[in-house]
Ligand binder design. Structure first.
Ligand code: MG
Length: 251
């Protein structure tokens, strides 16, 4: 009897590991390599959702006056975002004609889509500002009831540590590639989201993370041979500018 229970437990565990092993696709800065889209635009988010991906990634910066906006670079059309009030930035358009999205507007649109929102909080030179960004973002996400749909990523270890304190139930992954999964786990950070070169040099981190119940994401994988390699390595997510091509390779 005991032997039978043990065998069932082993089978169940194998099944759970197998479920975890299914690689899924995240559109890097949304699905922007398609007509009418642009990086980090609301259109790119909607196109990613239409494509039925696991997630759509986007970047969050803060303006001088504390407004959270969605943009990748620290500069937006000549203005340093962190040193510019929102009133000056809001008039400038993205390359597809959309207005620069505020985080609030972006999340509001995201809530209507069936896709995970992979929210990258960009680093800031001031710890105080980073702490406030993390707190303001978590508060906004909770107020909008998006705790399950939003997953957090950041290069700043400080931001990841703040998130682990503020919202320990959330998916939080560290991007900077210089810390082993077990060390992050001790800090309450439950995922790694590492550059493809890092995971190529440390393939053992995929297994280590999974053993600890952590998720593994890899960026930014745009070449077919690398997509195949990471699917074979059983990472949880591939972040790519080529979501259709990646999806086509999945088993
Ligand atoms: Mg990003």
């Amino acid at each position: 009897m005991i032997k039978r229970i043990c065998l069932c437990a082993v089978a169940l565990l194998a099944c759970m590991i197998d479920v975890q092993a299914q690689t899924q696709v995240i559109a890097h800065r949304g699905f922007w390599k398609t007509e009418g889209s642009a990086q980090n635009s609301i259109t790119a988010l909607e196109k990613a959702a239409e494509t039925k991906l696991y997630g759509s990634e986007f970047d969050v910066q803060v303006t001088l006056d504390g407004k959270l906006i969605v943009n990748h670079d620290a500069k937006f059309q000549g203005f340093v975002i962190a040193e510019t009030p929102f009133s000056k930035l809001k008039k400038i358009k993205l390359s597809n004609g959309e207005k620069l999205p505020t985080l609030k507007k972006y999340l509001k649109k995201g809530k209507k889509q069936d896709i995970q929102l992979i929210l990258e909080i960009k680093s800031h030179k001031s710890k105080e500002v980073e702490d406030k960004m993390a707190a303001d973002i978590v508060k906004m996400v909770q107020k909008m009831g998006l705790e399950k749909q939003v997953e957090y990523i950041a290069f700043s270890l400080n931001i990841c540590e703040q998130l682990a304190k503020l919202t320990p139930e959330s998916e939080i992954a560290y991007l900077n590639g210089d810390i082993a999964p077990a060390e992050l786990k001790k800090k309450g950070i439950n995922g790694i989201d590492y550059n493809q070169k890092v995971l190529s040099n440390h393939p053992e981190w995929v297994e280590e993370a999974h053993r600890l119940g952590m998720k593994v994401n890899v960026w930014t994988v745009n070449k077919e041979d690398m997509m195949k390699k990471f699917i074979d390595m059983k990472v949880d997510y591939i972040t790519t500018d080529q979501p259709l091509e990646t999806k086509a390779l999945l088993p």
